[in-house]
Design a protein around this ligand. Structure first.
Ligand code: FE2
Length: 278
């Protein structure tokens, strides 16, 4: 089985006059930051277009996106990203989870704006709720690989806080699901916040998971083999004794724009990074 993994597109669509009211929130500081310090994000749309077309040409069986599709969770950003991605990638063969930028405001999280826009790619083979399509964890099984998607994104009121958390309730439900499924192949945890920095240490306060130790314990006890994550805009592979974490960087980051292509076999995953800057 062959699959691709990309992350952190941060698609931005400047708000029109009629959408200006969306900036009456935390988005105002995000928008200013975007204009002043992160102008490279404005190139993200072209980068995402190139990346999706390239993935399509590789005839993959499945695609994973690990969060932050938008810059400030504007509805127009979600729609533009969906248009670009679905134009090249079959929505049913895509697993997509939100990042902290996709829950940029309390309202965007509360109304499930991200999940509603990407509902075709938010399905689970073992849904934990028949009515709540935004419920996590989600599981997809493709070939000999089980993908467990957990949601670490949350609305953070402070503009400098990009941290995430996976609730104990989510971890408990994930353990119960994994016990029920009893999968014997490869298990990949898909989440937005990387557990480890490229140097191998836990990510830092106000950026990483606030409960990274209990998430690591969960991975060790549940036999997670790989973590497919994003959030840190640096391409990296971190290998510990029990687990390997893959982070494909960001389509909005110069020099760190690309995707991982994985081949699964009985002995595990073989990963190759395709960079658009080599
Ligand atoms: Fe993020």
């Amino acid at each position: 089985m062959r699959f691709a993994h990309f992350s952190d597109c941060h698609i931005h669509v400047p708000p029109s006059i009629t959408d200006a009211h969306y900036l009456l929130s935390k988005r105002a500081s995000g928008y200013l930051n975007l204009l002043l310090r992160r102008r490279h994000l404005l190139q993200a749309e072209n980068n995402l277009y190139k990346l999706c077309r390239h993935i399509r040409s590789r005839n993959v069986d499945f695609v994973v996106f690990s969060g932050d599709i938008s810059a400030i969770a504007l509805p127009a950003e979600f729609l533009r990203a969906r248009e670009i991605i679905y134009n090249s990638i079959n929505p049913e063969s895509l697993l997509i989870i939100p990042g902290n930028h996709d829950y940029y405001t309390f309202f965007s999280q509360k109304t499930n704006a991200f999940e509603r826009c990407f509902s075709l790619s938010s399905k689970s083979d073992f849904p934990i709720s028949k009515t709540d399509f935004s419920a996590y964890p989600k599981i997809r099984i493709v070939g000999n690989v089980l993908f467990l998607a957990l949601n670490s994104a949350r609305f953070n009121p402070l503009f400098f806080d990009a941290s995430g958390r996976i609730s104990q309730d989510q971890l408990r439900k994930a353990s119960e699901l994994l016990d029920t499924v009893n999968h014997s192949g490869i298990t990949c945890l898909v989440l937005h916040h990387s557990l480890f920095l490229p140097c191998g240490r836990f990510d830092v306060p106000f950026h990483g998971l606030v409960n990274s130790r209990s998430v690591l314990r969960f991975c060790q006890t549940q036999g997670i083999h790989y973590i497919l994550s994003g959030h840190i805009h640096r391409v990296s592979i971190v290998q510990t004794r029990s687990i390997s974490q893959y982070n494909p960087g960001s389509a909005a980051q110069c020099g760190h724009f690309g995707y991982f292509l994985y081949e699964s076999s009985d002995s595990g995953l073989r990963a190759r990074f395709h960079s658009f800057f080599l």
